[in-house]
Design a protein around this ligand. Structure first.
Ligand SMILES: [Cu+2]
Length: 136
């Protein structure tokens, strides 16, 4: 009986080793973490542009918009899939940024619908300073 108990303990130890191995594999096999992208506000040559002005991202990804030249700038979304005004507003950063290097991070919600998200800079909308995120 003692021998049987010892065998059971060995099986128990073996099972926990297997469980740890499976758990480790599961963590390693988790899909890639969300990515972070950088968009310059104001081109290096001083043009009123977002650079890049089109970016393909996934739900959960973050886009850092950073003042590069000719401030002030901001990021206002006007067209999002389904015309979801609340979503557009939640993604927007209407506060103007004035200093080079200042940035705002915009994270695409994990449940964001795929499609095109159009945004612009309020002070420079007339000059065509606009961009697009394509959410896959
Ligand atoms: Cu601007």
């Amino acid at each position: 009986m003692a021998k049987f108990k010892a065998t059971l303990q060995k099986v128990g130890v073996l099972l926990s080793v297997v469980a740890v191995a499976i758990a480790t594999f599961a963590v390693a096999a988790t899909p890639a973490l969300a990515d972070t992208y950088a968009v310059k506000m104001g081109a290096d040559n001083g043009l009123l542009q977002f650079v890049p002005n089109t970016l393909t991202v996934k739900p959960g990804d973050t886009v850092d918009f950073t003042i590069n030249s000719v401030p002030p700038h901001n990021v206002v979304f006007d067209k999002v899939p389904g015309g979801d005004a609340a979503l557009a507003k939640s993604l927007s950063n209407t506060q103007l940024l004035f200093s080079k290097g200042q940035s705002v991070s915009i994270t695409i919600p994990g449940d964001a619908p795929s499609g095109e998200y159009d945004y612009y800079c309020q002070p420079h909308r007339g000059a065509g300073m606009a961009g697009k995120l394509i959410v896959e």
